[in-house]
Design a protein around this ligand. Structure first.
Ligand code: DX5
Ligand code: ZN
Length: 219
């Protein structure tokens, strides 16, 4: 089952609740929430209080992408805010196993993410323990960037690794996913497609999500 996760980074922050309701009605499967700390990535967004506040506006699962250093220190706050999935970067946490375990023992699904230049071997010893692997197809920090299609072979390799060693893991891609390239990522074996600007900068969220789903179903 393939899913679309609109990233609210490209939504209108002055009416976040409304934006979420609109993408929910438009067929979103998850809400992707980009948390940036100005250290791990050169940008700042929002933290637990904003997530707790938008939690009241929807029942869709919250896919919380932590682009922060030492994420283990902040896990409890993001759990309390209402996260359903918490994804941390393998480049940002030296005690990955402990951090993943700490997310899961609080009843939340745990993901690990890799930047475009990070080799897949970084998660070789953790893959069996996670619930999600998220491959970045842009260098994180900003919405609206173009996907680096050179990550496609890494995604294919990740698919094979999941199928042979950890079939419970779901494979997510994040960054630059648009109507004109989503089929290549589908063919590479992705399960969950994050899309920010492609949805929120389209005039019609419903039509864009429906078209994405049509492309996914035709594969
Ligand atoms: C990038 C974020 C992405 C971003 C995706 O740092 O992690 O989730 O919002 O936005 P688009 O789809 O516009 O690349
Ligand atoms: Zn993201």
């Amino acid at each position: 089952m393939m899913h679309i996760a609109p990233s609210i980074l490209s939504a209108d922050f002055s009416k976040l609740g409304e934006e979420i309701a609109t993408v929910e009605a438009a067929g979103a499967d998850l809400i992707h929430i980009d948390v940036m700390d100005g250290h791990f990535v050169p940008n700042l967004t929002f933290g637990p209080p904003v997530i707790a506040s938008i939690r009241k506006t929807t029942n869709l699962p919250f896919d919380v992408h932590l682009m922060i250093e030492n994420p283990e220190r902040s896990i409890q706050a993001f759990v309390d805010a209402g996260s359903d999935i918490i994804t941390i970067h393998c480049e940002a946490e030296s005690h990955l196993h402990r951090a993943i375990e700490s997310i899961q023992e609080k009843g939340v699904k745990a993901g690990v993410s890799l930047n475009p230049a990070t080799p897949l071997c970084m998660i070789d010893d953790i893959i069996e323990y996670v619930d999600y692997v998220m491959i970045m197809s842009v260098n994180p920090g900003f919405g609206g960037q173009q996907a680096i299609e050179k990550v496609l072979p890494k995604i294919e390799k990740t698919r094979k690794m999941i199928d042979s060693r950890a079939p419970h893991v779901r494979l997510e891609v994040d960054g630059g996913i648009k109507l004109d390239n989503i089929s290549s990522f589908r063919d590479a074996g992705v399960d969950i497609f994050v899309a920010g600007s492609a949805i929120f900068q389209s005039g019609d969220y419903g039509r864009t999500i429906a078209e994405m789903k049509k492309i996914l179903a035709s594969g």
